[in-house]
Design a protein around this ligand. Structure first.
Ligand code: CAA
Length: 258
């Protein structure tokens, strides 16, 4: 039996699947749930048989946000001293690609969790939003930063200041999600994408993820420099030689992840 109460884990041929499982609260992201999520993310990140990770929820809700019941009585001093939501940042240190397979509500912290993943696939019924303004607060897990970088200032302002939800179709049009799929296909397609990613050499996948993420941190010049250094670094791998030789010999590469 799993030691986790709020997340289910499965392996699908090199893809580690994490299902948020707090259905009565629409997967509200309590501190306990997040601890478990971080724990399994780290476990998959350290598992050499896993090449990509998928996070999903239910058809009704990916996650309806941080747990409002947990927050309602907290004071400034408590959240400040305890660095409340601080460990939500751990997902940013995961080296393997993470795909969010989103159906239903991805609101507040749920939207922020999806945006913390590397790729978002959404079901036709998915509803995104940052409704924190309706609770008298603002997004607190990166919403103002990630949504703005993803969809631009005017749209991000409109969404965050009005608290209105937006649809999967809008999210795709604005570039926040890469694909909208029928509800019953989202997870399957996310796993398939994860398997495709996991079929490549892990160090180059890791480097690609790291380099794309630096596009949000560095100037263009510094970013290009960072990329070039990683590119050169990959020439030290057996897999670089194997990949290029396989191409020239018109055969499939046999990766060793070394
Ligand atoms: N925290 C705690 N419980 C939640 C929750 C949340 N974020 N979202 C839903 N629930 C609970 C409800 O309280 C309800 O529990 P009870 O049965 O005990 O009353 C249960 O889940 C089902 O929810 P509803 O009855 O409300 O379901 P609905 O279909 O009528 O509405 C919904 C669905 C529109 C998603 C609505 O639940 C909702 O608006 N949820 C809150 C969304 C929100 O404000 N999220 C932002 C949270 S703040 C945040 O995330 C801060 C941050 O940036 C990190």
């Amino acid at each position: 039996p799993s030691k986790h109460k709020y997340v289910l884990i499965e392996s699908h041929d090199k893809v580690g699947l994490i299902t948020l499982n707090r259905p009565k609260a629409l997967n509200a992201l309590s501190t306990d749930l997040f601890h478990e999520l971080n724990d399994v993310l780290e476990k998959f990140d350290n598992d050499p048989n896993v090449g990509a990770i998928v996070i999903t929820g239910s058809e009704r809700a990916f996650a309806a946000g941080a747990d409002i019941k947990e927050m309602v009585d907290k004071t400034f001093a408590q959240v400040y001293k305890k660095n409340f939501l601080g460990d939500w940042g751990k997902i940013n240190g995961i080296k393997k690609p993470i795909i969010a397979a989103v159906n239903g509500f991805a609101l507040g912290g749920g939207c922020e969790l999806a945006m913390s993943c590397d790729i978002i696939y959404a079901g036709e019924n998915a509803k995104f939003g940052q409704p924190e303004i309706k609770l008298g607060v603002i997004p607190g897990a990166g919403g103002t930063q990630r949504l703005t970088r993803a969809i631009g200032k005017s749209k991000a302002m409109e969404i965050i200041l009005s608290g209105r939800n937006f649809t999967a179709q809008e999210a795709e049009k604005w570039g926040l999600v890469s694909k909208v799929l029928p509800v019953d296909k989202v997870l399957e397609e996310a796993i398939k994408l994860g398997q495709e990613i996991a079929s490549f050499s892990q160090p180059s996948i890791q480097a690609a993820k790291e380099s794309v993420n630096q596009a949000y941190e560095l100037s263009l010049n510094e970013g290009n420099h960072f990329e070039r250094r990683l590119f050169y670094g990959l020439f030290s791998l057996r897999d670089k030689k194997e990949g290029m030789e396989a191409f020239l010999e018109k055969r499939d590469a046999k990766w060793t992840n070394e």
